[in-house]
Design a protein around this ligand. Structure first.
Ligand code: PRE
Length: 360
């Protein structure tokens, strides 16, 4: 699959004055709940009304969705409010039922994206559809797997494609339910700048008080839209209660978010930016020079170790460097996370250099 302007034509054709908004409850619970939320979202920025019909839950015994009956409620939503509808599909039966009930946008969930078998089954069932199909990132931070799923759909002649970034599972406890790993979405944009990219702050955050900030970060990073779980009574929702917001809060979020332009042609902005970028170019070259020099010194240490038959990895020395650099970094406004990532990469390169020398 190649990047092409056509990838985003379904979105461009909508000519939206704001990012695409997909909102609605995590799960369809009752017909009354589904319709009530839809009516509250009717005259807002919301473009697609979402509701989970089949809910893949981490453990059995939780509410697993109302099933096909919920699709009739979505049809009613469309009839009463004019909102387009959206739901998750996880197998051929879901696809057939969703198409039968004229759901406008289907997405593949994170737990399905990890399985090429499931993705292929869904791609086959959707072959040639003119519905919008979005692929959530796989639960693990694997860009190839994510793009592989998009490619399977593309090969099935599905034209209206896009991706949803919902964050990644981690054993590590963080403030996020699913850590964003923004750099992965940036890499995806670099490879496919025209593939519509939607952020799902609800699943990244897992709690409603962080949704605004994550949404703003997404817009700062050029995302094309947001999918935000919305419920009339979030605390009593049958699934994902902590991360849903009320329709009123959603409207406020959309009002407060600052939508960024891709660029600006104004002369003074362009000239100042040009100057600063020239400085960055010089500094980037200096960084590479310095790193090259560091590796030359590391090569000399490698020679020494080879002569004395000493191991490449020296944990005491390495830990001392890390501790020192984290403190030093702090004084220069560099986060611990960044210093760690950067020095781990430098250390690995240094080890690779010495490995080559010691085993030559
Ligand atoms: O100090 C050493 O022994 C080195 O080989 C240098 C270096 C480094 O790049 O800083 C590389 C490998 C060791 O694990 C520790 C540090």
């Amino acid at each position: 699959m190649e990047n092409s302007k056509q990838l985003r034509s379904w979105l461009d054709d909508m000519e939206l004055p704001h990012p695409l908004v997909i909102a609605g409850p995590c799960s369809a619970e009752t017909e009354e709940q589904v319709l009530k939320i839809a009516h509250e979202l009717k005259d807002t920025d919301v473009n697609y009304y979402r509701a989970g019909i089949w809910k893949p839950r981490t453990r059995p015994g939780n509410f697993e969705g109302v099933g096909a009956i919920g699709l009739k409620w979505l049809q009613e939503v469309k009839k009463e409010t004019g909102l387009k509808t959206a739901t998750e599909v996880a197998n051929k039966t879901h696809v057939d039922l969703a198409l039968e009930h004229d759901v406008d946008l289907l997405w593949i969930g994170a737990r399905s994206t990890v399985s090429p078998f499931i993705v292929q089954e869904i791609a086959d069932a959707l072959k040639g559809t003119d519905k919008v199909v979005l692929v959530k990132n796989p639960v693990n931070p694997d860009l190839s797997l994510w793009l592989g799923a998009v490619e399977r759909l593309h090969k099935s002649d599905i034209k209206k494609l896009g991706v949803i970034h919902r964050g990644f599972s981690s054993y590590r406890k963080t403030k996020y339910r699913n850590i964003p790993e923004w750099q992965l979405a940036i890499e995806l944009q670099t490879k496919f700048p025209d593939l519509p990219l939607i952020n799902d702050p609800s699943h990244i955050c897992g709690r409603r008080d962080m949704i605004f900030d994550v949404s703003q970060t997404a817009l700062d990073l050029n995302y094309d839209g947001l999918m935000i779980e919305t419920h009339i009574d979030p605390d009593n929702a049958w699934s994902d209660a902590a991360q849903q917001v009320t329709p009123k809060t959603l409207v406020q979020i959309m009002e407060d978010l600052r939508i960024r332009k891709v660029t600006d042609q104004e002369a003074e902005y362009r000239s100042k930016l040009g100057n600063l970028r020239a400085q960055i170019d010089v500094i980037d070259n200096q960084l590479l020079d310095i790193l090259g020099k560091r590796m030359e010194v590391s090569d000399q240490i490698g020679e020494l170790k080879k002569q004395r038959n000493v191991a490449v990895l020296q944990t005491n020395r390495w830990n001392a460097i890390l501790g020192k650099m984290i403190l030093e970094g702090e004084t220069k406004g560099l986060s611990e996370e960044f210093v760690l990532r950067m020095f781990k990469a430098i250390h690995q390169e240094s080890i690779n250099h010495q490995e080559k020398i010691i085993n030559a």
